[in-house]
Write a new protein. Structure first.
Lengths: 202, 202
């Protein structure tokens, strides 16, 4: 039995991450999404427990200050708290599933210190194209769009810390790339910290 | 422009390597096969310059002793000489193509010392299954089959030196795995010897 893998997917808002991830999960067995906790209000269409665990600021702090700390990583983004529950991820990996986390750059680098995740970044072809996509979406205010673009600019500077970079220029190719990365990592002869190979067979 | 990649594919005789590689090359653009030199006689159906460059033992030695040495790697297998021409591989990589070599374990480890190839091993589900496949093929003598099985046993010990291991249990899945590894490596943020990331975008 090969070891299970923790994937982290990051992307600026509007890069197409959610669409790509949904398509890949629909065709790839053995991959589960770990649902994050957040203090931000739910958006229309979002389902609690599926898209996020929606919690109050107080509830979030209680998990965070648990023994051991209840989050693998947490961060404040756009004024809201987001966190990845440690227990849920560990339970999924031990159950023989690969786990994928949808978290931002700060969070990804925190998890990298604690575990050995595979980091995947999805980038838009350009910031200009990202801006058009955010405007076409038509759900956000001018201020929010400007904040998201500023954050994208900052996040793109961290792509060299990632293992893989997918440019979402043509959607079908980006979907194929993400799916291929997951299949390939399952075939990878992974190295344990002491340099010995561990199971990685497909 | 991302840097081009040198892939090496190894497998024991009868593991299905040739079938898998042909199927993948038929669907994946930008990947070329580098044709090896060999002193072994051609088999029915093999085409000179497509399957191998068939050369005499003297011709082989002349290339090998060139300045610089004309082979990236060479080895004696089953009593015949096999070698990978350096100039052909370098020309293909510089022309913007990813190159795939079909060479044995000894050769793969030689190339690994000189370049930074991605090593992929295709293994049969078991030695028993490999034996049945070789017998079903019906083209080889009992002695040859025994020699191939003994070599397979030796080669399988080296799979931990490979980056990826594909078990060819179900052919369609093995084809998908090889294709995925190549697509994923194209998205990989590769590390140069000094630890700096180099282009790897898909």
């Amino acid at each position: 039995m090969r070891e299970t893998i923790l994937f982290i997917l990051s992307a600026p808002s509007g890069a197409g991450k959610t669409t790509i991830l949904k398509k890949v999960m629909a065709v790839l067995p053995g991959l589960v999404f770990s649902v994050s906790h957040t203090t931000r209000p739910s958006r229309p269409g979002e389902v609690a427990g599926r898209d996020y665990h929606f919690v109050s600021r107080e509830g979030f702090q209680a998990i965070r200050e648990g023994t051991p700390p209840g989050f693998l990583e947490w961060a404040e983004v756009h004024g809201n708290l987001y966190g990845t529950g440690r227990a849920e991820v560990e339970r999924q990996l031990q159950a023989g599933q690969d786990v994928i986390l949808d978290i931002d750059v700060q969070g990804a680098l925190q998890v990298q210190k604690a575990a050995a995740p595979v980091l995947i970044f999805i980038a838009p072809p350009s910031l200009t194209e990202l801006e058009s996509r955010l405007r076409r979406r038509g759900t956000e205010s001018e201020d929010t769009i400007r904040l998201r673009l500023e954050n994208a600019r900052k996040e793109l500077k961290f792509t060299d810390r990632y293992d893989y970079l997918i440019i979402n220029d043509r959607l079908e190719e980006a979907i194929d790339s993400l799916r291929s990365i997951i299949v390939a990592e399952r075939c990878r002869r992974r190295r344990s910290p002491d340099g010995l190979p561990v199971a990685g067979i497909c």
